[in-house]
Write a protein that binds this ligand. Sequence first.
Ligand SMILES: [Zn+2]
Ligand SMILES: [Zn+2]
Length: 274
Amino acid sequence: MQILCEPLGYYAPNTRLKSTSCYIIKKGEKILILDMGIGIRSKLIDYIIYNKIELNNITIVISHNHFDHIASLSSFGDFLLKYHPKGKINLYISDTSEKYYDWYKNVVKKYNSVFNIVIINEDLTFYFSDLKVSFCKTNHCEDKIKSFATKISGDNNSFVYTSDIASVDSKLKKFVKNANIVMVDAGNPIKRLKTLSGYHGITKENVYEILDSCVDNVYLTHLKACFNKTDYLDSLYRYSKEYVDIITKDTTFNIFTGKRVYSEYFKQQNVLMA
Ligand SMILES: [Zn+2]
Ligand SMILES: [Zn+2]
């Protein structure tokens, strides 16, 4: 059975009117949602209805508590309180909060009747269908808030979503080793940015460090909308295009082979928007 990644939101923050991080990992009738950034609530509900996903078959992982990775969790929580009040969805989240946005405490307080909250740490593993899910703490915000890379593995294959990172340190390098695909925060193709809440966007050298860890392919995501595919690929990776690609609109791919898959969901979205 194919295991797909369907990106509902893949833009970096401060990209006006664009949806930020949310990737659906789909295996049969089950979905694992990686992050729930700004502007994905209605897309997500649409997706669930279109694919007839039972709410019990949803698992959520939040890489870290920045608004571009978690903001839609509260509106999705409101949806669950209304339509799934007796169910409990497994929600994996870190127990830290950013100074100005206390997401973790809000979620615990308001939505603990619809979420079964599990705190992420590096010793934690769980199974999504028959796939093992594990975590590695990254250096996105030093120790200010905890941010985790997520690995999904099965049958000698693995896929890693790093979320935001400052660089590829030795720990992350080990974590991604031999992965088929690593989906990584690409941010700004011109330079790495330090914002109040941490680093966004890794450098070309960092991407090469990932590929050096026997990784087959790197998918760049968390993109700035003011740059296009050419900015990212032709200017930065023209000699390594075989190994580096970017997430683009309607890019659904098999998480272990990288093969692009035509998504029925995105097809109907385009019909609706035409
Ligand atoms: Zn962040
Ligand atoms: Zn981010």
